[in-house]
Design a protein around this ligand. Structure first.
Ligand SMILES: Cc1cc2nc3c(=O)[nH]c(=O)nc-3n(C[C@H](O)[C@H](O)[C@H](O)COP(=O)(O)OP(=O)(O)OC[C@H]3O[C@@H](n4cnc5c(N)ncnc54)[C@H](O)[C@@H]3O)c2cc1C
Length: 494
């Protein structure tokens, strides 16, 4: 292992011994000017910088390191502090499960580790975890390149890449994690190592889908791809045309790689700011900027849209224009099932029932819903293995699939958010029942879209679960990432 900072960290950790509290210990090791504490003017701004209201948790203090060595110092100081408290790790703060924040301890906020650089000789982009995709892209397009990153510009680099990463480029490159050739990682003992195909390759694989179970990633090195301006066509149609959208997404999921540069997803939404009625939406992107490719979306494009924007633009602008409203009480969940039109149609019916139930619970303008269907054509399953392996457990699948995500955002603070969340879960349970009834259910739960009580790691398959357990035991033998950093999905729970 490459030990860059162990000595410095040991010295700093020693200085912290006996300090009164974890926040006091951080001050004692010289990180005082990296702290935001409850009496500081920036404290509320920091708390409110998480995307979803339910993740805006008031830590005892926030520590915002600026280098990997400072991350190591912060982590070891907190682990060794005399008063034990929880630790949370945050990159973009976009998770709505509270996995990157804590109310009972200290949050390590990686927002300042947000640099982006590109090495043209190796074609590798090096990206800090705290970057947000719109700014990452804006930097990379100066070199004419991009990476397999997020579509919503406000999503953070760290959580996205550690949970998989579904991207406009996934048809060519697979999940975002499959483009990562090297992770720089701070381990629980403060050691800073690299994980790649030749060094710590077991950790490299485990981090591709295994989330925050092994260490804090302080840099991602990704293979870059050329970034011509892309075509983005967004359409909102009357609910009456829902089945045309389903035909489109089912067609994309059944497609072969001849249209791998064409990405598509559909969603169904209640949002009174857009329409008084539930509407059906389709978003089609061609990553090469080709405007006249024949795709399964063409029939829906021929239908009347009450909103349509078709643009050829760079990916930074596309990401910047694709942000979902922040500051709501937000709940989301996910499923995966066979690419079966009947299941997709049932999802649309059940979403309508959900909206009816929510309307009985609160004013229509007090909330919005989004129910997404995204195509997963079977050729995508091979990318993980081709790139050295991930732990998502998809390598041996044969079938075309649909990735289902449903969410509700409650705007009003006094609205019954827990009841809304319960209705969402009840709807998903009915989707599962229907998928089973037509033999269309699939195990995979995509971590980045999972609800707090879903079990994504448990769906990765026995060998990947064992690999993650082995990696956690090897690189974090005292279980810091299992017990002291409880947010997120923990391999020790399986
Ligand atoms: C509106 C919206 C749009 C989205 N769009 C997409 C999309 O297009 N494609 C897609 O795949 N997903 C998408 N997502 C899901 C998104 O990828 C996840 O929410 C992801 O976790 C966000 O990353 P983050 O860094 O902002 O998260 P954070 O909330 O900061 O972190 C999420 C989890 O990752 C851990 N973590 C973060 N950084 C590190 C690190 N450096 N080291 C160790 N652990 C870390 C945290 O501890 C936490 O458990 C979207 C979500 C929303 C709400």
């Amino acid at each position: 292992m490459l030990r860059i900072s162990t000595v410095a960290v040991a010295l700093l950790g020693g200085a912290a011994a006996g300090a009164a509290s974890p926040c006091g210990a951080l001050k004692a090791v010289g990180l005082g000017d990296r702290l935001i504490s409850p009496n500081d003017t920036g404290y509320d701004t920091e708390v409110n910088s998480w995307w979803a209201k339910n993740s805006r948790q008031k830590a005892d203090c926030f520590v915002l390191p600026r280098t990997s060595n400072e991350v190591a110092a912060a982590l070891t100081t907190l682990v060794n502090a005399s008063d034990v408290s929880n630790i949370a790790v945050r990159s973009g703060g976009h998770s709505s499960t509270g996995s990157s924040s804590t109310v009972n301890g200290v949050t390590i906020d990686l927002s300042h580790l947000n640099s982006t650089s590109y090495n043209a000789e190796t074609n590798i982009a090096s990206i800090g975890p705290g970057g947000k995709w719109e700014y990452v892209y804006a930097e990379l397009i100066k070199y004419g390149i991009t990476v397999t990153g997020g579509r919503d510009g406000d999503v953070g680099v760290g959580g996205f890449l550690l949970g998989g990463g579904n991207s406009y480029y996934s048809g060519r490159m697979g999940f975002g994690c499959d483009s990562v050739v090297n992770f720089e990682v701070v381990l629980a003992d403060g050691t800073i190592i690299n994980a790649n195909q030749t060094a710590n390759s077991d950790l490299w694989q485990a981090l591709k889908g295994g989330s925050n179970n092994f260490g804090i990633v302080t840099r991602f090195d990704l293979e870059a791809v050329p970034a011509p301006d892309l075509l983005r066509d967004t359409r909102f149609l009357s609910f009456n045309y829902s089945y045309a959208m389903i035909d489109a997404v089912v067609g994309f999921a059944d497609s072969d790689q001849s249209i791998a540069d064409d990405a598509f997803f559909t969603f169904f939404s209640h949002n009174t700011e857009v329409s008084p009625d539930i509407f059906a939406a389709g978003v089609h992107v061609n990553t090469q900027g080709i405007t006249n490719n024949t795709t399964p979306f063409d029939e829906a494009k021929a239908l009347p849209a009450f909103y349509n924007v078709t643009k050829v633009e760079n990916i930074a602008d596309a990401a910047s224009e694709s942000k979902t409203q922040s500051g709501t009480w937000n709940y989301g969940l996910t499923l995966t099932f066979n690419n079966d039109k009947r299941i997709a149609q049932r999802c649309v019916e059940l979403h309508t029932e959900l909206v009816e139930s929510l309307n009985a619970l609160m004013a229509p303008e007090a909330y919005f819903t989004e129910m997404f269907l995204q195509p997963l054509p079977s050729y995508r399953w091979a990318f993980g293995r081709q790139n050295g392996g991930n732990v998502l457990g998809l390598d041996n699948l044969q079938n075309n699939a649909l990735l289902y995500t449903a969410g509700v955002g409650v705007i009003a603070d006094d609205a019954p958010v827990e009841e809304a969340h319960a209705l969402l879960k009840a709807m998903a349970a009915k989707v599962v029942d229907f998928a089973k009834s037509v033999q269309g259910e699939m195990d995979f739960i995509y971590l980045n879209y999972a609800d707090v009580d879903q079990d994504p790691l448990g769906t990765y398959g026995a060998s990947n679960i064992q690999l993650m357990k082995n990696v956690a035991a090897k690189y974090d033998p005292t279980g810091v990432f299992q017990t002291r950093i409880p947010g997120g999905y923990k391999i020790s729970q399986l």
